[in-house]
Design a protein around this ligand. Structure first.
Ligand code: 4HQ
Length: 252
């Protein structure tokens, strides 16, 4: 997959894409990421990329001409690319969208700063607007990184082959079950015995149970969308009978 990023801050993208799984995927050529500095397409003497908003008001707006020139240069190389603008006004990003985007050969991500972009950029170049959540960032760069991270790990060969797509889909739209690794005893806290039993059927059932329990306790909204088997419904009945138990804070 090719990803072109239009930004005023290309340096922000260097280290996140050099490390770990994403770094390896780029090294292997599974993802080709390029940054395009919008300022390089501002042709006036001071390379101005922003201006005050028509109608007055606070802050600055990104000018249409530099973005249009940068876009036209990128698109001249791949006219079929899918162009995304990162903004709180966009469709809320989720795993399904990540999956759909992972099937596209070429993405263009436009990162805004200040109060955003001239509306005409949207009309001319943007295929889709995406938000990574209901909060305000200083720019679209971190949002673009979040999107690239979520999409990249779905590309064939990016994660180790030991991770089965089947297992992923079985647990789709459920929260993860608790994980443990050695030591089996730490400060008197024991790993659940069943995980040490070697009984794979029992372990699978326990994990499914705990994934359902977590989801029911923390994100009951996800259970509506999850595809649950009859066995799952039986497990859920048990969970509901056991009660909601320990409750974590709601973060507000
Ligand atoms: N911004 N999800 C404002 C975001 C954002 C988000 C990007 C800040 C666009 C102009 N982007 N600029 N939330 O807060 O994607």
């Amino acid at each position: 997959m090719k990803v072109d990023i239009l930004t005023l801050f290309p340096n922000m993208f260097s280290s996140p894409f050099q490390e770990s799984i994403l770094g390896k995927a780029i090294e292997k050529g599974l993802i080709q990421i390029r940054t395009i500095n919008i300022r390089d397409y501002a042709f006036d003497k001071h390379q101005v990329v922003d201006d005050t908003p028509y109608g007055g008001g606070q802050g600055m707006v990104m000018k249409v001409e530099p973005i249009a020139r940068a876009m036209e240069w990128v698109k001249s190389q791949a006219s079929s690319a899918w162009t995304i603008y990162l903004t709180p006004q966009g469709n809320p990003f989720n795993q399904k969208m990540a999956q759909n985007l992972s099937n596209r050969p070429h993405l263009i991500l436009l990162c805004g700063r200040y109060e955003g972009i001239d509306e005409r950029v949207r009309e001319l170049f943007v295929d889709e607007e995406i938000s990574i959540g209901d909060y305000v960032l200083t720019g679209g760069e971190l949002a673009a990184m979040v999107l690239i991270d979520a999409v990249s790990r779905l590309l064939p060969g990016v994660l180790g082959s030991d991770r089965s797509a089947e297992e992923d889909s079985f647990f789709q739209s459920l929260l993860e079950f608790p994980q443990y690794t050695r030591p089996s005893s730490f400060r008197g806290m024991e790993v659940p015995e069943i995980l040490l039993s070697g009984n794979h059927a029992a372990i699978s059932r326990w994990r499914r149970m705990e994934a359902l329990r977590r989801t029911w306790m923390r994100r009951p909204d996800l259970l509506e969308k999850a595809s649950l088997s009859n066995d799952d419904r039986e497990l859920l009945k048990e969970i509901v009978e056991q009660g909601r138990g320990e409750k974590i804070g709601d973060g507000v």
